[in-house]
Each structure stands twice: as structure tokens, then as C-alpha cells.
Design a protein around this ligand. Structure first.
Ligand code: PGA
Length: 252
């Protein structure tokens, strides 16, 4: 029996306006029912973090960030330091999202540094891992995931995963409408857990592993029911209150 509490995280990416995010968060919080809900968090664009921090104070929804600098402060134009996120009661920070890896050249070692910086500031990293389509097609999925995980284990140590979340996001499924079929997702989630278990069984059993990549209102339940899937990281569908709420309700 799993004792892991399901987590559903909205990743709004670079979408919305002050008006639209206010409306969206109001609709989401009004649609939440207590007790039976999973843990729900929202990761807005960073400029809206202070606004959401105020609004979410009165709700059970937690706050996360989509990215952070690996550095503490200084001459780094455009960057946001971990302490700045902490000032607004951010609890979680996504690190290593495939869009950061692909479009902003973040490599495994930079992502590991971010993971460490997030924890050093008392927040919880959501470490994203996942393979490209060509990597899946050439049967390299497990190799890629192992490399991505090992970089962080090497720098942070396995015990750091006690206060961390992992999100498996096959890159070919993100924003494409192609979801991994439940068997594919479960296989990789189980693999991630076994990779951590090589170092520490308790950590491997306790860690929450989210699935991300075209999770929608009509496929969430099927995915969340699988043994090693402990929730979801939701992009597109988290921008529509009704869809996101249906996803949250399916994670009971
Ligand atoms: P998607 O995005 O749900 O739109 O596929 C998921 C993500 O990138 O976190």
C-alpha cells in the first residue's frame, strides 16, 4: 500500500496576464473541495509569484516556481535567486524542465546545481527527467534517465531525495497531445524508483514521482491509478480551470 500523497502541479509556463491568472486561480480555488483533494500547487510565471502568494494564502493550494538561478546573488541580469522565491513562500521549484534543457542549454550539472540551491534555501525541487523521441526510438530511454538522475545524486547525495519530487516527462509527449500509454509511463516510473533504490530503498519508496506530458481531464485518472505514478505535472490543461479541476479530482 502506498503512503505517498498524490501531488498535482500546474505548470503555467509563459502564459497569462495579471487579469487572466487572477481569474484562473479564483476559479481553481473555488472548485476545490476539501479533504479528498490531493496536494495541489501552482507554478506561475515568476513575475506573478508575489500576486499568487497573496491570493493562495487564503487557500490550500501551494506555490511553486518554474525555474531559479543556481546562484545566490550578484551580477546576473534577468535571473531570480532562490532567496527571492523564498521571500514569497514558494514551497516548490521545478528544475530541469525539458524546455530549459532544450531552449536554454541547461545541462545535467547545471540542473544538479539548481537542485542543490533550491534545497539549500529550504524549498523542494521538482526534478524533471525525460527522453527525446529519437532517444526513445533508439532504445536509450533508460540510459538518458539514468544519466539525468545520476548527475543530481552525485552532487546532492541520495539523502537529498528525501525532500524532493521527480517528474517523468517524456519530451515527445509535452504539449503534443501524445501521452505515454499507461504501460510506458509505469515502466519508466518503476525504473526511476529502482534506480534510486540502488542507493536507498526507503528514499525510493517514499519519493513522489509525477507524470507529465499531455495529461488531460480524460486520461489523468488512468495514469494516477498506476502503482508508481504519484500525481502529475500539468501544462496546457492547467490553463483551463475546469480541466485542471477534473485532473485534481481524478487524483483522489
Ligand atoms: P503539457 O506540459 O501538459 O502541456 O504537455 C507538461 C509540462 O511541460 O510540464
Amino acid at each position: 500500500m502506498s503512503k505517498r500523497r498524490t501531488l498535482v502541479s500546474a505548470n503555467w509556463k509563459m502564459n497569462g496576464s495579471l487579469d487572466s491568472i487572477r481569474q484562473l486561480v479564483r476559479a481553481i480555488s473555488q472548485g476545490m473541495t476539501q479533504e479528498t483533494e490531493p496536494e495541489v500547487i501552482i507554478c506561475p510565471p515568476s513575475v506573478y509569484i508575489s500576486e499568487l502568494a497573496e491570493i493562495l494564502k487564503k487557500t490550500d493550494i501551494g506555490l511553486g516556481a518554474q525555474n531559479v538561478s543556481h546562484l545566490e546573488c550578484g551580477a546576473h541580469t534577468g535571473e531570480v535567486a532562490p532567496t527571492m522565491l523564498k521571500d514569497f513562500a514558494c514551497k516548490y521549484v521545478i528544475v530541469g524542465h525539458s524546455e530549459r534543457r532544450m531552449f536554454y542549454s541547461e545541462n545535467d550539472s547545471r540542473i544538479a546545481e539548481k537542485f542543490v540551491a533550491v534545497q539549500a534555501n529550504g524549498m523542494i525541487p521538482i526534478l524533471c527527467v525525460g527522453e527525446l523521441l529519437e532517444e526513445r526510438e533508439s532504445d536509450c530511454t533508460k540510459e538518458v534517465i539514468s544519466r539525468q538522475l545520476d548527475a543530481v545524486i552525485e552532487l546532492a547525495g541520495i539523502m537529498a531525495f528525501k525532500e524532493a519530487i521527480i517528474a517523468y516527462e517524456p519530451v515527445w509527449a509535452i504539449g503534443t497531445g501524445k501521452t505515454a500509454i499507461p504501460e510506458q509511463a509505469q515502466e519508466i516510473h518503476e525504473f526511476i524508483r529502482s534506480r534510486l533504490a540502488r542507493h536507498d530503498h526507503e528514499i525510493a519508496d517514499g519519493i513522489r514521482i509525477l507524470y507529465g506530458g499531455s495529461v488531460k481531464a480524460d486520461n489523468a485518472k488512468q495514469l494516477f491509478e498506476l502503482a508508481d505514478i504519484d500525481g502529475g505535472l500539468i501544462g496546457g490543461a492547467s490553463l483551463v480551470a475546469d480541466d485542471f479541476l477534473t485532473i485534481c479530482h481524478s487524483a483522489r
